[in-house]
Design a binder for this molecule. Structure first.
Ligand code: IMO
Ligand code: MG
Length: 421
């Protein structure tokens, strides 16, 4: 048995929550493998909606085991808030969630460092979610981090104090005012709450599942264009968001990767700084933001919007080995007379279909125009009822990427989803 992987192919916010929740029906085990509370995965069902940050999107399914893998960074305070809110809906979170002892913890001082270093960057700031993600991963790779399993050890508080002291010294370089004890008591209480969960050797658990023919679905956070290696560095997040990251963040071998579901929106958004070749700063961009409700699920920030970028999408397909494409928020394009898609870039007057290495390279996107369908897709439930103009938009993406678009999402609800044969 294999691990199938669901990944964002753009700059995050592709609609991973909805799709993982949808696919969860077929998988007894759902696992997050990277990122942390910078993620915001929105789920909509019946009359409610819920935004998940650290917890996998299978948590609302009765028979699904959810795992937070070693590649994830956990802020105990945000984790507790999130789990208590899920428990308040009557969901027995502690029975459905397993946490890797090897996952690293985000300390209150990681958050302070994130804010101080963003402020120091001034106009070249990353636009971080300020959740302490980058400082926590820095401590992980710098071999200073504290892991979930450490909370059960006798010298945990000493370790915490030692790392905190290092952080306070590090913070001296910044002209930044803060309270060194900020959130510390709440954090320690949240660690007690975390102790009530099943803390496991998740790499053994995942491999045992495969041995026992139980399929696992790995849920990515962020997207390929925010990947630490392949994104628009330094305007990226601090983890490996591509398919290979699933192996590292859960502890299963590359030979066990099965299907790779690549999720993209019918257009593009980005939140935070960095290059965005097809960005629209006109009324079309505003319309995408309004129609698509493009405001951050984690930070509430308005998202930058633009046309679909096929050059970037093809790059993401290659990096991940995508086997199935999933197109989200198709209905947001319903009202447009014409819709554009970037099929190539002009870089220094030379046409290319590759993403340039240097993020400061001025890129002029070259567009193909499509006739709008001007129909309400949200009401359509069968593939044969989809407008012809919409189908030709989808077919063009399939032809260019060489990958079939297997699922079309036509609205936020579970029902507004069409599976194609
Ligand atoms: P989901 O899983 C969209 C962006 C931030 C910033 C950059 C670095 O919901 O798709 P970080 O806090 O990670 O150091 O910020 O990455 N970013 C996201 N954008 N969706 C996300 O997650 C994101 N997680 C981080 O806006 O530009
Ligand atoms: Mg998000």
């Amino acid at each position: 048995m294999n691990v199938d992987v669901v990944l964002g192919l753009q700059w995050g916010d592709e609609g991973k929550g909805k799709i993982v929740d949808y696919l969860a029906q077929q998988y007894p085990v759902i696992a997050r493998f990277q990122g942390g509370p910078n993620a915001g995965h929105s789920l909509h069902f019946e009359d409610t909606s819920f935004v998940l940050h650290s917890v996998p999107s299978g948590i609302f399914r009765k028979d699904t085991v959810n795992i937070i893998g070693n590649g994830v960074v956990i802020d105990p305070i945000i984790f507790e808030e999130e789990c208590r809110a899920i428990e308040a809906l009557g969901v027995p979170v502690k029975d459905r969630l397993l946490i890797s002892k090897r996952a690293h913890l985000i300390l209150p001082t990681h958050r302070i460092i994130d804010a101080a270093s963003e402020q120091a960057k001034g106009s070249s700031r990353i636009g971080s979610t300020l959740k302490g993600i980058s400082p926590a991963y820095m401590d992980k790779t710098g071999r200073n981090g504290i892991r979930v399993g450490d909370i059960l050890t006798a010298d945990f508080v000493e370790r915490f104090d030692a790392l905190k002291s290092k952080h306070l010294v590090f913070l001296e370089q910044f002209d930044y005012t803060y309270d060194p004890d900020q959130d510390q008591d709440t954090w320690m209480q949240a660690v007690e709450y975390l102790k009530q969960f099943k803390l496991i050797d998740a790499e053994y658990y995942v491999n045992d599942c495969l041995q026992k023919d139980k399929p696992v679905l790995a849920e990515g956070a962020q997207g390929a264009l925010l990947d630490i290696d392949f994104g628009s560095y330094p305007y990226v997040t601090s983890s490996s968001t591509t398919c290979a990251g699933a192996c590292i963040g859960l502890g299963f071998p590359p030979s066990k990767v099965g299907r790779v579901y690549g999720i993209f929106k019918a257009y593009c958004t980005r939140v935070g700084s960095g290059p965005f070749p097809t960005e629209l700063s006109d009324e079309h961009g505003e319309r995408l933001r309004e129609q698509g409700k493009e405001f951050g699920a984690t930070t509430g920030r308005p998202r930058r919007t633009g046309w679909l970028d096929l050059v970037a999408l093809k790059y993401a397909v290659i990096l991940n080995g995508v086997t199935d494409l999933i197109m989200m928020k198709s209905d947001v394009l319903d009202g447009f007379d014409t819709i554009r898609m970037a099929t190539a870039y002009k870089v220094n007057d030379i046409q290319t279909d590759r993403v340039p290495y240097n993020i400061n390279t001025p890129i002029v996107p070259l567009y193909k125009e499509f006739r709008g369908w001007k129909k309400d897709l949200t009401l359509i439930r069968r593939e044969e009822d989809l407008p012809e103009e919409f189908i030709s938009y989808v077919r063009f993406i399939e032809k260019e990427t060489g990958v079939p678009v297997k699922i079309l999402s036509l609205g936020p609800d579970r029902e507004q989803t069409i599976i194609r044969n």
